[in-house]
Ligand binder design. Structure first.
Ligand SMILES: [Zn+2]
Length: 343
């Protein structure tokens, strides 16, 4: 790493903490749009980690995770560099939308291009000004609107460094996920920057458990990478479980959903997850699990058209152990003890 780090024309020296407004566009009413970034550089060299939120503008748990991260005193003894970007899609964040004003999904438009659409330009600016400096990354998401997700890590777990970060994050469920065209994760992987995607909760809502687990996860990854000092009373690492496949249960019929199983619960093949019926409560149709697993995502809006995805089930080799760990994890986040590992 050279001694000078330049983002958005601002020079950030070792030992400095600086806020940068990264220009991304001038709107047709002359409003300047910029991405707010906080850069913290330790005096000592170390990894350069980006933590990003709201790539989908309505996914705000990550914004809160980064806000809380930036208040941590431990950052004063940081080794390496933290580049915190609470709101990447500033357009969508202001309109409370997943998308940009050109109706594109930023996470399908990486690495972008300088002369492309508004979305492609933002992706390009983010790649050149932020990502190009980084050695590691964590991208924070929630489920899309009207859905909720169990806190989970999605990452390419075949890469040893990514797997090391994923295990350090310490959520009970990890999904090995093949890359999606145009995602930030795909773009960073092609540059050999190990990147985790954290998912939890729902769009346009704060979820305290998700925020706590996300914050604890980011801090734990920073400790694993040597950016922060290890905890004095280090707890033994908890087991994490990798799902290599997952499937969606879709509505077999249009109607109103009565939920029978919730997020985090174990289901067996053939279990009824919900029942759809007509506005009179008749004409019932069951939504049935196709394989055994754990529910890692579900709709929160119970009005479904035929074919709408309603439950997301991840499959594991030993489902019962995973369920136990999901329960323990939730209890720990509820208890005072959960606070301990957040400091
Ligand atoms: Zn997202």
């Amino acid at each position: 790493m050279t001694d000078e780090l330049i983002i958005g024309g601002e020079v950030i020296k070792k030992g400095e903490r600086k806020r940068v407004l990264l220009d991304v566009a001038k709107l047709y009413d002359f409003t300047d749009m910029n991405i707010p970034i906080e850069v913290i550089r330790g005096k000592q060299d170390g990894p350069v980690l980006f933590v990003s939120g709201a790539i989908h503008g309505d996914e705000i748990n990550g914004v809160e995770i980064i806000r809380r991260l930036l208040t941590k005193k431990a950052l004063s003894r940081l080794k390496g560099t933290l580049i915190a970007v609470p709101i990447v899609n500033v357009f969508g964040f202001n309109t409370k939308s997943r998308y940009l004003p050109d109706r594109r999904d930023l996470n399908r438009n990486f690495p972008g291009s300088e002369k492309g659409s508004l979305t492609a330009q933002l992706a390009h600016t983010f790649m050149t000004e932020v990502i190009s400096h980084c050695t590691h990354g964590i991208d924070l998401h929630t489920a899309a609107i009207n859905r909720a997700n169990l806190p989970q890590i999605r990452a390419c777990l075949d890469d040893p460094e990514t797997k090391r970060m994923a295990e350090a994050f310490q959520v009970p469920v990890m999904l090995h996920s093949s890359l999606r065209d145009g995602s930030l994760r795909e773009a960073t992987q092609s540059k050999n920057i190990p990147t985790l995607l954290f998912e939890g909760g729902e769009a346009l809502r704060f979820n305290e458990k998700v925020i706590k687990s996300g914050l604890a996860g980011v801090l734990s990854v920073m400790r694993e990478l040597g950016m922060l000092l290890p905890l004095k009373n280090k707890k033994p690492a908890k087991d994490v479980f990798i799902a290599r496949s997952s499937h969606w249960i879709r509505a077999p019929h249009s109607g109103i959903l009565t939920v029978k199983k919730k997020i985090g619960q174990r289901v067996r093949k053939g279990h009824v997850l919900g029942v759809i019926s007509d506005p009179f409560g008749r004409e019932k149709h069951e939504l049935v699990a196709k394989r055994s697993g754990i529910i890692i995502g579900a709709v929160t809006l119970p009005l479904l058209n035929r074919g709408d995805a309603a439950f997301h089930v991840a499959t594991f080799e030993d489902v019962s152990t995973v369920e136990e760990h999901v329960d323990m994890f939730e209890e720990q986040l509820d208890s005072d003890d959960g606070e301990r590992f957040l400091n």
